[in-house]
Design a protein around this ligand. Sequence first.
Ligand code: ATP
Length: 234
Amino acid sequence: MLEIKNLDVHFGVIHALKDISLTVEQGEIVTLIGANGAGKTTALRTISGLKKPTRGSIIFEGRDITSISPQDRVKMGICQVPEGRRVFSTMTVLENLELGAYLRKDKAQINKDLNMIYERFPILEKRKKQAAGTLSGGEQQMLAMGRALMSSPRMLFLDEPSMGLAPLFVKEIFDIIKSINQTGTTILLVEQNASMALQIANRAYVMETGSIVLTGTGNELMQSDEIRKAYLGG
Ligand code: ATP
């Protein structure tokens, strides 16, 4: 479904991504793990079109999307939930959700999707008239995910969805990610919580200082001594 080939990204003299290649098949959850600064966020931002690569190509469903705008990528069914949630804090929960659908024209289906999101995240329906900035961190993460789902994505990028959340919420967010995947959305997940990410991922890529250094199934990497020492606390 998604194929990244030999991607290089620079910020001035900083070589942030070095010859990155990866694939995501339809229906998979693929995770990118790695320490702070390894280049995970840059990889997602480049695939969603927010940062231009200096070399390489991005193929989505057989089409080269390396040079098309982020908006056109959203129209094709790619959507990113950015790190730190970034909900519009003075707007209501409902307004945030409606914004997620602003490129869509299929009104009837939009309403159905809104109801589906309220079923998945009942708290968002309860709080629909409340300013988004007044939600807890976990609720804001749910809102950011709900807003992304309102664009009806076929592929969802999640950047550190568990960041800053209490353990109980972390478990809930990962359960939700699994259920979103089970209803047909392919997922590319960036996480520092390698243990949780590897548990739900079909496959994973490990990044270090801008390069992919290891890849395998979630299970394989969880068993790997190297990964256990470096990312799973021994
Ligand atoms: P984190 O989990 O901390 O977000 P990460 O793995 O997502 O880490 P990136 O944020 O992608 O890492 O950063 C990769 C490298 O690119 C780092 O060296 C970082 O300092 C650099 N970098 C990222 N964004 C910029 C920017 N806007 N300008 C300059 N350098 C940047």
